[in-house]
Write a protein that binds this ligand. Sequence first.
Ligand SMILES: C[S@@+](CC[C@H](N)C(=O)[O-])C[C@H]1O[C@@H](n2cnc3c(N)ncnc32)[C@H](O)[C@@H]1O
Length: 205
Amino acid sequence: MGFYSNVLFPALLDKVMSTGQMHKARHALLSNAQGTVFEIGFGTGLNLQHYPETVSEITTADINPGMNKRALQRIAESPIKVDHNVINGESLPFEDESFDTVVCTWTLCSIKNVDAALQQVRRILKPKGKFLFVEHGLADDPKVQKWQHRLNPLQQRIGDGCNLNRNMKELIQDNHFSFDTMDTFYMPKSPRFAGFMYQGIASKA
Ligand SMILES: C[S@@+](CC[C@H](N)C(=O)[O-])C[C@H]1O[C@@H](n2cnc3c(N)ncnc32)[C@H](O)[C@@H]1O
């Protein structure tokens, strides 16, 4: 990993992902978490402060060791026990059906083999477990989509592999989940090409 991915990007990410509206979305989503939680793409640990008391333990995965400085600081401040792992979410070392909740916030955009990661999420989720997600992705407006396709190569460079144009609803459904809830909306104050959100709760289909 180069200097940008390892040092600059984690600092940038921590700032950009800390807006009031993002914290509001994190809080609403994570109020549904319970029991043993697995969080894929833990980043700098911005979700940690939003987990409710119903969560007993959190296991994390993030591929970028550059996230560690901030992540470990937040873990040290958290009252919840966290098992933090610098590993690739496309291939996880955890037992089948071992987590009550899997959490994914603004990460499916960045994972290279996103189908492999979703298959892992499904594998490690208990039969009645819940997959909680909030992701940006392909917009519903063809004009916005055109810009998302155009800007995607640039975004991949700036966003360390982030894609603007993934259809998150289709990706999740195609990997054998059904939706308990699924909302799409434009995040206020965000540019529309980066601000089309998919937020919901999915179960194993
Ligand atoms: C846009 S950040 C979001 C971070 C965090 N979820 C949040 O909400 O602030 C995407 C994260 O996914 C991580 N990531 C990308 N590919 C990954 C992979 N294959 N396995 C695990 N983590 C990955 C990146 O290192 C980064 O921390």
